[in-house]
Design a protein around this ligand. Structure first.
Ligand code: C2E
Ligand code: CA
Ligand code: CA
Length: 243
């Protein structure tokens, strides 16, 4: 796993990160998750992959090193195959507790496209996850149908706007209007806003000016290994207590 730091614009520090999977094959080299996650979905190994991801993030959080350096929670991606699994919520809760963690330390990212099928198992899992204390983040907002109904009916605490909303906003006035008012709408719905894919200082400042809560992107940091992430936190969150 690698961890991409998330910049909190309220204090310009890092209190969360997104866990991203990496697959290193001796023959093929590094394979992108965009390529192998759909394969795992199709051939039925996604649940095992998802559980391994979740356990690795829990083990890292349970080490206490990230929390000692100012991290409050981790964002973990769920896939459609996991979310439609009966009993997923209870299973994730059981694993979380087995590492001595509380669900507040894990935010689960769900893309809108996973919700389009509207399966009863998915609804049930989402409701149960919230009841058990996990926070839910809507991922890649702006790439699908960006349905406001989904925003209203599912109890997300964070909405992550896709980089395709940000990129054109730097140069195009209409795109800027779309970004600004999408951010305002999410804020008015009482949810936190994160904008993904900020590659330049100019992009970060645009997100700040539009009232964003969080920024993620190469400008702040690329995804880092555990070790790199911990030294990043020592540099960026200097006031946080060491273990
Ligand atoms: P995502 O959830 O939207 O993750 C963000 C992706 O954007 C990451 O790619 C990250 O490296 C990339 N990124 C971050 N900042 C920037 C930036 O400033 N510019 C650009 N151009 N890209 C940026 P990555 O790690 O290759 O992951 C791709 C996708 O694979 C993820 O998209 C997610 O859908 C999926 N994925 C990754 N890890 C997991 C996992 O553990 N479980 C599941 N189910 N899916 C995963
Ligand atoms: Ca994500
Ligand atoms: Ca995303």
């Amino acid at each position: 796993m690698v961890y991409q730091p998330i910049l909190d614009l309220t204090d310009d520090a890092c209190h969360s990160a997104e866990a991203l999977i990496r697959l290193n094959d001796p023959d093929l080299g590094t394979i992108r998750p965009d390529e192998f996650i759909p394969v795992a979905e199709a051939e039925g190994s996604i649940r095992a992959v998802g559980e391994t991801v979740f356990r690795q993030v829990c083990a890292f959080m349970a080490s206490g090193k990230a929390t000692a350096a100012g991290i409050h929670y981790m964002e973990v991606n769920l896939s459609g195959g996991q979310l439609s699994q009966k009993g997923l919520a209870e299973e994730l809760y059981r694993i979380t507790r087995s590492y001595g963690l509380t669900p507040e330390m894990l935010n689960l990212e769900i893309t809108e496209s996973m919700l389009l099928e509207n399966l009863p198992e998915i609804r049930e899992n989402l409701e149960q996850l919230r009841k058990l204390g996990f926070a839910l983040s809507m991922d890649d907002y702006g790439t699908g149908f960006s349905s406001t109904r989904m925003l209203n009916t599912i109890p997300f605490t964070l909405v992550k706007l896709d980089r395709s909303l940000l990129e054109p906003a730097v140069t195009d006035e209409n795109a800027r209007v779309v970004l600004q008012y999408t951010m305002q709408m999410v804020a008015r719905l009482d949810k936190k806003v994160l904008v993904e894919g900020a590659e330049t200082v100019e992009m970060v400042e645009l997100i700040r000016a539009f009232g964003g809560n969080y920024v993620q992107g190469f400008c702040y940091s690329k995804p880092l290994t555990e070790e790199e992430f911990l030294s990043f936190l020592k540099r960026k969150n200097p006031s946080s207590k060491e273990e």
